[in-house]
Design a binder for this molecule. Sequence first.
Ligand code: PM9
Length: 459
Amino acid sequence: MPRRDIMAEPYKIKSVETIRMTTPEYRQRAIAEAGYNTFLLKSEDVYIDLLTDSGTNAMSDMQWSALMHGDEAYAGARSFFRLEKAVQEIYGYKHMVPTHQGRGAENLLSTILIRPGHYVPQNMYFTTTRAHQERNGGTFVDVIIDEAHDSQAEHPFKGNVDLKKLEETINRVGPQNIPYVNVALTVNMAGGQPVSMQNLRDVRKICDKYGLRLMYDATRAVENAFFIQEREEGYAGKPIREIFKEMMSYSDGCTMSGKKDLLVNIGGFLAMNDDDIFAQAKELVVVFEGMPSYGGLAGRDMEAMAQGCYEMVDDHYIAHRIYQVRYLGEQLIKNDVPIVRPVGGHAVFLDARRFLPHIDQDQFPSQALAAALYEDSGVRSMERGIVSAGRNKRGENNHPKLELVRLTIPRRVYTDRHMDVVADSVIDLYQKRNSLAGLKMVYEPPTLRFFTARFERLP
Ligand code: PM9
């Protein structure tokens, strides 16, 4: 058991994967060839991969052995029923439709419920979620509290919905034009910031008052449950599994990317209590994904997800996960590197506006910083700023207040020593920040441009 303040990994290592060391000259060439976009690097050229925590999890021995129990029947597979039971037990929803990943669930939900002229209030946008809302003619409305847009504002629940903004939105556009209120747990683009239980209850009350559905993006909801246990009155010492179930009980369903909380490499689901939405989701899933009993997944993937449902709510596992992210964040804070405060659930976010104040937002400071970090140490991170924010309906660049680089920690993959290497490189870079230059975009795809856009370095 942990003694004093030392928190070691609550697991031991059974299999290892060698990672490759490269030289600075090699990395300079590699990032230039990748158009200064870390998404376009080859993973074998990366030393520590903090691009994302999505699908990059290390599975447990129990998950690997569950793979062998995969029932690969085309229809009615045993593995589907095991996943359904796990979702019902842990999340508490009545129905579940598997999808190949989170955006598969977003596609189903948005196609079923959103019509042109609709508005979807949400606690900050997420890239793929908003893309599906817009594809179906909807408009995303940001109803997160103002503090979420300020990287330095210390607030225990920076992901909270601003109840006043939510009610004003409902009254402005009319409840009949709101197919559902969407609450993300935690809020990725705000820095992995949580939502309090009280806020979820309050949002539920407002939804009930206007007869609105409340859907969650439950992608990192276990991390959210940890922050409630740690910070909210009445939840200290309460098992994560109970807190998690209570959180879910205030909603009508969720979209879920299993590639995060569920500790797997692929998978997702759409869950709901409503029989009619379930019927429609089953009809639609066959068009996009596959039979409602596999939704684009192999039986073995559903087995691994089902096992992940139980492992993710283990109190020791989630405490260590959050601790490791914080361990990295605190090293940076100690060295005055500007990061989003407080440190969130899945990542440490560098504040590129403060890191590189000499680079204008239209010269992509976060993209430039992510490229420089790779060059410095082979650490791969991700831009979460003006490139990710895309363009508005008039075709102009959105200018988000947060201009960030995300150092995302995969679950159960790296040790604290890896975190030391990352911290060392970021601190070094901060000390020579004045030598970094901005970028110009030379290729821009029409949607979700951050994945494949290309850049050149400005002199
Ligand atoms: N998130 C991430 O790296 C992977 C794609 S974007 C680079 O953070 C939320 C809150 C997410 C998310 C994916 C999805 C989509 C929905 N909601 O990637 O389709 O963070 O499984 O999930 C990514 P899928």
